[in-house]
Design a protein around this ligand. Sequence first.
Ligand code: SF4
Ligand code: SF4
Ligand code: SF4
Ligand code: FES
Length: 802
Amino acid sequence: MSMTLIQEKDFGTKEIRAGADVTLKIDGFDVTVPEGTSVMRAAATIGLNIPKLCATDSLNSFGSCRLCLVEIEGRGGTPASCTTLVSPGMNVTTSNPRLRKLRKGVMELYISDHPLDCLTCSANGNCELQDAAGEVGLRDVRYGYQGDNHLDACKDTSNPYFDYDPSKCIVCSRCVRACEEVQGTFALTIDGRGFSSRVAAGQNEPFLSSECVSCGACVQACPTATLMEKKVVEIGQPEHSLVTTCAYCGVGCQFKAEMRGAELVRMVPYKDGKANRGHSCVKGRFAWGYANHRDRITKPMIREDINEPWRETTWEEALGRAASEFKRIQEKYGKGSLGGITSSRCTNEEAYLVQKLVRAGFGNNNVDTCARVCHSPTGFGLSSAFGTSAGTQDFDSVEQCDVMLVIGANPTDGHPVFASRMKKRLRAGAKLIVIDPRRTDLVRTPHIEAQYHLPVKPGTNVALLTAMGHVIVTENLVNDAFVRERCDLAEFHEWAEFVLEPENSPEAVEKITGVPAEDIRGAARLYATGGNAAIYYGLGVTEHSQGTTTVMAIANLAMATGNIGRPGVGVNPLRGQNNVQGSCDMGSFPHELPGYRHISDAAVRDEFSKLWGVTVDPEPGLRINNMLDAAVEGTFKGLYIQGEDIAQSDPDTKHVTAGLEAMECVIIQDIFLNETANYAHIFLPGTTFLEKDGTFTNAERRINRVRRVMPPLPGLADWEVTLKLADALGVDIGTYAHPGEVMDEIAALTPTFAGVSYKRLDELGSVQWPCNEAAPEGMPIMHEAGFKRGLGRFIVTEYIPT
Ligand code: SF4
Ligand code: SF4
Ligand code: SF4
Ligand code: FES
């Protein structure tokens, strides 16, 4: 494999996707681009790179540096190519003696107030100012360096991840614009006028005490070393990179992991990442230090008893012990005494292999996943209503949304990159309804104010959403045509009768939810009549005993108003962990095989039995809580947990720990000694996303590649450990040279994944399932022509007080 540093071309100004073709001449070459494109971008598309400093293609053009001047036939002066749009028949010259002289003059002024320490500068070799000086052929500076300058300006090193060195600032405002346009935090300004103007954070304070959230967009936008990652200062410029996917949240941002040797230098958001489009949050960009943290466990460990200290050992001994214990347990207590838990942190391939080990190796269906406590209501609720256990839209869809209804989610904290996209759309005029007991950031943030904030009492989501349904039906706001064509009419009428009941009126529900009836009415009207309306929801909806009913109530509202099946609308769960969607897709539930196919379906079981060479048990297995119940009762004795911390994250901790304590062999596979490891007998060291290949599936059903950029610290990646455990147990769950071969098997067995392969993912960058013969490039928007289940299903959502 050859190592290269991936360089993404900067076209200077944003891509215009729609618009009539315009043909013009640049330096004698014909160029055709969409109307609205800048001259700079048009030139860049044919490889003519006009020098620039204040322009970059992630930001709106600004026209301040005057380096990109061009001549246009028939026009006087030398307009800036970044702010001049193409027009038909235009004849542009990008380089001649006059332009070169002008550019040199501009560069001279910049350089006369810039420290000439290129050789020792952290940006050396990767500095746009340095490049521009070369491009314009600057050889000398006439003014000397003695006059007034900023060379003594003090550094601000307060931010833990990047430094600000004002002595190097060329006041191009790219950072200020990135913070506004891309991130939407508005933490930066240009303070002062003329010569004394400088970038300032907050009220001219250190970055750390300002409202900066350390997303790093300004650092990425800065063309000089003024804003620079501390890691680059420490390690040096990266020399090779691979594109991979963030392992934190369900947004699924793609990054270039930039390395020097085997050391990660920085994570740079990938412009072609379809979920993040070149942006990231603090977590993905900067918070990867855990990968090399001294607390990482990198050697297998065993102990006889959970009260004994751990003893480090070899893989051979640890896996041998795991196998002999599991075999002993099954011989003594029966086939059903073992189970496994897959992880929403690990890859699809790893989750698939764990459930396969349970089904084909243990011979039962005792497999579950941490999504049990977060988004299983999404799976059940949406599959009941629409026929598919997933969100209906891609993230791009938000750009066409007119009304956003955000319920039980705090995207600026939980899903920051998507929140930035939401904020951008809201600043452009979309309306906002927030249903949340808390006044989350989104309710009021720079240039955004929610039209409605409904501070619902915790546990009363169902009542509130049903009351919104009441308003929609009583005020004739139902989209009759959509309901008649797309939904089960009898069920709709049953639902309409139910929402009409007086106890579901906003006035009655006000007493339950604490939300004024008028606000419920106003929000319902806005949602139903404001144009394209999309619902975004999070764990405030699902992590509750009424989670499934709330998801159904959300689906009812979307169907009643026809807000399904086109861009800008839909029902969008914001997934918590990076691979919640994927771990559910991979058959991690005790009653479902990969692709959400019920275990009781004999034809489906047959397919798996044939390919796996075993007989798949037709009985659904135990969920996590049932495993723990059975452990306390004495019938469940051994558990293999990959990348999950049930003692920390599951409800009723006492019950969880009592169950774990009652087991005879608990195997933990993780990167740190987590809480659950306190109850374990065998610890198998795990790997981070940087150390393995695979895929994660984000909240938009987007399958993104995870690429190994460094060797696994424990010697084996997680998927290899599961295979070795199967080997030690003497069970055959397949031979795979690479996780890509696991994906081939998933594709062969899962109709929604039939067209997915690593080759396809490499070609397309990513793909949103379903990806099969009917949708070879995946499906960004679901249910366009009809619901997967046929007719959309309205479900009566009775409110039951908590
Ligand atoms: S790190 Fe992000 S939030 Fe902070 S100043 Fe830069 S762009 Fe703004
Ligand atoms: S800090 Fe960087 S991006 Fe910001 S104005 Fe200065 S040189 Fe430009
Ligand atoms: S938004 Fe989520 S996926 Fe993106 S960088 Fe942040 S934590 Fe990672
Ligand atoms: S790049 Fe056009 S004015 Fe700066």
